[in-house]
Design a protein around this ligand. Structure first.
Ligand code: SF4
Length: 483
């Protein structure tokens, strides 16, 4: 009996990459491949890379070398932001057999399958061929009357293989010019998925999921630009001037309002937000009970001078106002932020301004990144680098503050109730115990009566009873009732 080819995906980086890996999984499954488990041999291995920091690049290179070594018989596809920007550098990692390592864009994966594996797919290849024709990423894709180039949105995973929470990509690219950022170079200008299409995808997810995470490179730029048929046809579906406003001309707040008014029960979690985009109108809409009380702010620094050098469009007053506004519409939401420390020329005084404001704002978590020079960005040539030792110290201080913030947040929730979405059953088969995530983003251990059959994706009202004992979970909860 002919065996179908198999695939394995390894993902690095952000939620958007995770979502796109889910979509790639869906594409492989539909094309007739079987999913291999980690450690098993596979016909194709996809590595979805990230390039946010030099550490992310390093991690990707290490993973590529390891995969080439551990899977000598597999074809290896490297895709994602790093692959997009440094194709030649990555191609050099081949193990002497360039026919085995393919550095390609995500929207070229289907083409790759069609060229290399069609014959091997046992259901005759006809289904796979029609799927490939239908989804041919070389053509533009028609969604709600619009054509999109180069596959920015045709990835639409109907089922999520590894998340009980689903993800919905509503935007890609970014029009800001932050001086340290390489992501915008990889992802291009901001482009949004038409609101009607977002709604139809959300309704589809609503059938099987309690929650969807809206993702993009910068979702605050939702609605700025969208393509028209003429643009893409003229350019053969690959490029476009990208300067036409979308159907409904919605911004993010209006999109959320539209989605909430036209769905019934699905909860929405937002990915990263920019401080300057949060105003009174925005928080009025996110006060809706189906918007999860969990916000991640892209703060980076609280020093006016550093923010200016970073090319960011807000100041410390705006950061403070944003946090106050978010807290005014939700009951003690989980508010986290990103901070880059050790940006070129960051003085002790500038560092302290950031540290003190973060301390005052009492974030539930701080993701701290040591600044890393990124090729192709303006900050690459900035002088006055902070010494490695000093950067390490600053990172350690922020890590300490982040941990303190998390503990304080957990303490405030002891004795309170929250909705918990079940993520997986406990592996040690202990009856009456499972894991999940609270609506306010705490990893939870759920203790329950063993009569309850808790399935991944189900939501229960639970009482937070204790701080977690180890890194696997933040809090221990007791199940109260089904939601
Ligand atoms: S807002 Fe700045 S950091 Fe974020 S993706 Fe855009 S350019 Fe990069």
């Amino acid at each position: 009996v002919k065996k179908n080819p198999s695939f394995l995906i390894q993902t690095l980086g952000c939620k958007l990459n995770q979502l796109e890996s889910e979509a790639i999984t869906d594409t492989f499954l539909k094309a007739g491949f079987t999913a291999a488990q980690s450690g098993e041999s596979a016909s194709v291995i996809v590595i979805n890379t990230c390039t946010v920091t030099s550490k992310a690049d390093q991690k990707a290179r290490r993973l590529i070398r390891k995969v080439l070594r551990d899977y000598p018989d597999s074809q290896v596809i490297v895709t994602g932001c790093y692959a997009q920007l440094d194709k030649d550098e990555l191609q050099k990692l081949d193990d002497g057999n360039p026919q085995r390592l393919y550095i390609i864009k995500k929207d070229e994966i289907l083409e790759f399958i069609s060229k290399n594996f069609l014959e091997e797919i046992s259901h005759g290849g006809t289904e796979a061929q029609s799927l490939i024709n239908e989804n041919n990423p070389c053509k533009s894709v028609k969604i709600s009357g619009h054509y999109y180039p180069s596959g920015q949105f045709e990835f639409n995973p109907e089922k999520f293989s590894s998340h009980t929470r689903s993800f919905l990509k509503i935007q890609d690219g970014c029009d800001n010019k932050c001086t340290y950022c390489r992501i915008r170079l990889a992802r291009g200008q901001s482009i949004s998925l038409d609101a009607e299409e977002v709604l139809s995808r959300l309704r589809m997810l609503e059938k099987n999921h309690a929650e969807a995470v809206l993702t993009g490179v910068n979702i605050c730029q939702y609605g700025k630009k969208i393509l028209t048929t003429e643009d893409t046809e003229e350019h053969g579906g690959r490029e476009s001037s990208r300067d036409i406003i979308n159907n409904k001309n919605f911004n993010l707040a209006e999109l959320l309002d539209y989605l909430l008014s036209n769905t019934e029960k699905i909860n929405i979690r937002l990915s990263s937000l920019e401080p300057e985009s949060i105003n009174e109108d925005f928080v009025k809409i996110i006060s809706h009970k189906r918007i999860r009380p969990h916000f991640h702010l892209s703060v980076q620094s609280c020093s006016e001078t550093v923010l200016k050098r970073m090319g960011r469009n807000y100041n410390s007053q705006i950061i403070e106002k944003t946090v106050t506004l978010l807290r005014s519409v939700k009951d003690d939401p989980f508010i986290a932020c990103d901070i880059i420390t050790g940006f070129p020329g960051e003085t002790k005084n500038e560092f302290e301004q950031t540290y003190k404001l973060c301390q005052k704002l009492d974030f539930a978590w701080i993701h701290v990144f040591p600044y890393s020079k990124r090729k192709g960005t303006p900050a690459y040539s900035f002088k006055e680098n902070v010494t490695d030792n000093e950067v390490k110290k600053r990172v350690a201080l922020f890590t300490g503050l982040a941990e303190k913030g998390k503990i304080a947040y957990i303490q405030r929730w002891l004795g309170r109730e929250a909705d918990v979405i079940v993520e997986n059953r406990n592996n040690d088969k202990k009856q009456g115990v499972c894991y999940g995530v609270t609506e306010n983003y705490l990893k939870a251990l759920v203790l329950h009566n063993e009569d309850h059959d808790l399935k991944p994706g189900e939501v229960f009202r639970c009482r937070v009873v204790k701080k977690g004992k180890n890194k696997d979970y933040d809090v221990e909860t007791v199940l109260m009732r089904r939601v």
